[in-house]
Design a protein around this ligand. Sequence first.
Ligand SMILES: Cc1cc2nc3c(=O)[nH]c(=O)nc-3n(C[C@H](O)[C@H](O)[C@H](O)COP(=O)(O)OP(=O)(O)OC[C@H]3O[C@@H](n4cnc5c(N)ncnc54)[C@H](O)[C@@H]3O)c2cc1C
Length: 428
Amino acid sequence: MAWDFSTDPEFQEQLDWVARFCREEVEPLELIFPYAVRMRRHDPHMRALVDPLQDQIKARGLWAIFLDEELGGPGFGQLKLALVNEILGRYGSAPAIFGCQAPDTGNMEILAAYGTEEQKERWLVPLMNQELWSAYSMTEPQGGSDPNLFVTTAVRDGGEWVINGEKWFTSAGRHADIIFVMCTNGIFIVPRDAPGVEIMDEPRHHDHIRYNEVRVPLDHLLGPEDGARVLAQRRLGGGRIHHAMRAIAQCRRAFDMMCERALSRQSHGKLIAEHQMVQEAVADSYAEINMLRLLVLWTAWTIDNSSTAEARTQIAACKYTAAKVLRDVAYRAIHIFGSLGVTDLTPLQALWNGAPAMSVMDGVDEVHKVTVARNVLKGYTPHEGFWPSDYLPSMRERARDKFAPLFAADPDLEKYADAMQRRASGRG
Ligand SMILES: Cc1cc2nc3c(=O)[nH]c(=O)nc-3n(C[C@H](O)[C@H](O)[C@H](O)COP(=O)(O)OP(=O)(O)OC[C@H]3O[C@@H](n4cnc5c(N)ncnc54)[C@H](O)[C@@H]3O)c2cc1C
């Protein structure tokens, strides 16, 4: 019997260590030095704080856990990764401290899968060591959901590619060393300081970038020419499930806060937690978080036992379910916190803000719902005639055919069956 919801004791030890490490080391660091990991490269103070923590993570084999063994990581697979990510997701800086931060993870994944040995040496190794930071430029100002609208193109000119186009919402673009730019004819790795890369002042965290006659050598094309969509799918498929894993942690954080608060405040002569509508919020949130968690773990297990492509429908379902559960649980927690919930004195507003972002990034929910519906409907066929397959009179007729030989041999049994039918339908 293969169904099993338990965790190997050795791996549970690792998870316990991760939870303790995040609580005791990561959280205090991010509260006092929020950008410590990114600043580490140029700031000896930050390096002195971050490096010893990362050394401990590496010593436990928990560095860059998203990468398979053949791609240079520990080869945990998605299920174990999900169990780690549902801890890391609670802390904004934990993914970076553990070397598995977006958007670098997705970029490393396609570099590892499609890069030449020379490209891996030049970019993958430094990205893994956080000696380089990267960004991903796909969305364009005229529309992000439909890749047919993208127009950024690279044209070959002798020994170089010349890129022209405009990208929108490139997360952390201005802080990146290299940007993976999706053109209509391939994905190109562009140094952020290459002449012609123009970063607009706004927005600040997700950048609007113009690529004006940007020239890169021929070997900056990643994967095959015209392979942009295949690489993008590979990149985003992994990203979506990783976001969903971390969303479980965010939902749990809001839930833990909600429960603690409900047990700590009085109103109308009793604890808030004793009011039935508050109990409903707790009960619904508990069930929804566990439904999300099981969906995500089942999807991770499916990827481990087949492939990301095979699990496409499940990944799409995780993507919009994570956003919905985070939205609903964070909203209930804010509501139960009352006035304090609408301030920025707790993490609740940030958790709540994460929900609409999660609904839009990596493809809007609607597109994923279409994917799920289309794929699910492939397993069905239309019924013949007027009535559905589960039309009870037709089902009874078919069932009766099965008993026909018995009824022929024993007419009393047939009468008995008729009487039972009449009684069951209230007509006998
Ligand atoms: C936090 C965050 C980080 C991001 N980081 C990056 C990044 O690093 N790199 C990058 O390239 N992009 C990034 N994006 C951009 C993201 O990929 C796009 O926002 C997304 O693909 C949607 O594109 P859009 O914003 O142009 O919305 P649109 O495509 O204009 O869609 C707007 C709305 O139209 C409706 N809609 C669109 N298509 C359909 C449809 N087929 N069916 C039904 N309704 C539809 C939906 O309601 C949708 O929300 C990020 C976005 C967010 C929120």
